[in-house]
Design a protein around this ligand. Structure first.
Ligand code: BES
Ligand code: MN
Ligand code: MN
Length: 454
């Protein structure tokens, strides 16, 4: 039987297995899911053993375990490091899901559930591709190292240390990742640039305790009001970030690259539909594509404090909090930006409050050339199963590990995404198109097979 028909014959089995994986609520951000995280790590380890990867290890870390496996039985063939994550984002707000987040359900050709697109579904694509090759040929066509982490959605902090201490073990000829999106349905895509991310949390303290807003209001600082004032000043009228020096090191798009990006089959109407807002806005002087892929941003992710319960409570809160982040682009330095942001925030705050400023996680931006021969293999494999030539895209999201691997080993990083931009990653009703899941297994199997002749 050929590879494609073999994979076709297993569709139901593959999907049922993915459902099992998705039912584990491996939310990395919440300590209450510690057990689920461990269960998911074991599930991945068992899968790897099933694939025939001989050496599989669950590696404990300070936070969530890493799963590592290797099969080095293809002497003379290239070694591929496949990376993905088994952790998922929190499912809240729960009431906005059509079917429960951890009860995966098929509707209209899509599989709904937390982690379908980001990233369990995409990890499973690779596991099933490898398994199919193994079943058909009795062995894998290339040497494979697999690293699946459980902290990607909270900044991959433990992974940094692991890479530092295991450089030899992770050596490979290329890194392969499926944790990104396709430009649009039916358009196979390879991502060659990602934005970086600094994530911050601040705590503003005014009065030593909550106060009656009638008895004290008017003569004391209200930290919530001050926090709102702060965020109102972090962008100017042109929606540029006001932090001095923020744009100093931002790379400039070459005219050749601009042309290539403008020629992509990307539709603004589709984008507007996905966003679903009455209108769009963004930094003046840049196209939507540039705003999303080439420009740094500062986003407020959450703000809280004071009374948020039912009815009215007249109170001046003692504290106010915010979580915010900066997306960074090539040439910006994460440490420098963190210092500039903190300095500016402190300068904007009045003396009547104090501020605790924390950087929760940081990840560098990434952009790389795509002329290594491995990209031809990827294009060929994708074309075979998606019937179209792949496009090369930048994306606005962040995968800190990719930059780290690229900087450490200077190896090509091949990011083949099977998500779609409207699949609600990180939001309610996250889903994955089944055509991309099944098509992905075939394309990735062909890709690994073709890599034997790299
Ligand atoms: N898979 C995403 C990153 C992504 C999504 C890249 C879409 C390109 C297109 C990843 O799981 C993610 O969400 N990363 C976080 C960063 C992390 C440090 C918390 C992000 O981008 O917010
Ligand atoms: Mn992801
Ligand atoms: Mn994510």
């Amino acid at each position: 039987m050929d590879l494609s028909s073999h994979i076709d014959s297993k569709r139901d089995a593959h999907l049922n297995e993915l459902l099992e994986f998705l039912r584990i609520p491996s939310v990395s951000a919440k300590t209450e899911h510690k057990r689920d995280i461990e269960r998911a790590a074991r599930w991945v380890a068992d899968q790897l053993r099933g694939v025939g990867i001989g050496k599989v290890e669950i590696i404990p870390t300070e936070m969530h375990p890493l799963v590592y496996g290797e099969s080095l039985d293809a002497p003379g063939k290239p070694t591929i490091l496949f990376y993905g994550h088994y952790d998922v984002q929190p499912a809240e707000p729960l009431d906005l899901w059509t079917s429960p987040a951890f009860e995966p359900t098929v509707r209209d050709g899509n599989l709904y559930g937390r982690g379908t697109a980001d990233d369990k579904g995409q990890v499973h694509i690779h596991l099933k591709a490898l398994e199919s090759l193994r079943q058909l040929n009795g062995r894998l066509p290339v040497n494979v190292k697999v690293l699946i982490e459980g902290e990607e959605e909270v900044g991959s902090v433990s992974l940094w240390k692991f890479v530092e201490q295991n450089k030899k073990r992770l050596e490979a000829d290329a890194l392969v990742v499926s944790d990104t999106s396709m430009l649009a349905r039916g358009v196979p895509s390879i991502t060659y640039a990602l934005r970086g991310l600094n994530y911050y949390q601040i705590e503003i303290t005014g009065p030593a305790q909550d106060l009656h807003s009638g008895v004290f209001g008017g003569a004391v600082p209200n930290p919530l009001t001050i926090l709102c004032g702060l965020f109102a000043k972090l962008h100017d009228k042109k929606l540029r970030v006001t932090v001095p020096g923020f744009y100093d090191d931002v790379f400039k798009l070459s005219s050749a690259e601009r042309k290539a990006l403008e020629a992509l089959p990307w539709k603004e109407t589709e984008f507007r539909k996905t966003v679903g807002a009455p209108g769009l806005c963004g930094e003046e002087g840049f196209s939507i594509g540039e705003r999303l892929w080439c420009r740094p941003t500062l986003e407020l992710n959450g703000i809280w404090g004071g009374y948020m319960g039912e009815g009215a409570k007249t109170v001046i809160p003692s504290k106010a909090y915010a979580k915010f982040s900066t997306r960074l682009v090539p040439k910006q330095d994460t440490g420098k930006i963190a210092r500039l942001v903190e300095k500016h925030v402190r300068k904007l705050l009045p003396k009547c409050v104090t501020c605790k400023f924390e950087v929760l996680s940081t990840g560098k931006p990434w952009a790389a050339s795509y002329n290594h021969p491995i990209f031809k293999k990827a294009i060929g494999a994708l074309e075979k199963d998606f019937g179209k030539k792949a496009v090369f895209i930048r994306e606005g999201g962040s995968i800190p590990f990719v930059t780290q691997m690229h900087d450490t080993f200077k190896i090509p990083c091949v990011l083949i995404g099977f998500g779609l931009p409207d699949e609600n990653a990180h939001a309610p009703d996250e889903h994955l198109a089944l055509e991309n899941y099944f098509g992905g297994i075939k394309a990735i199997a062909h890709f690994y097979q073709d890599l034997a002749a790299l």
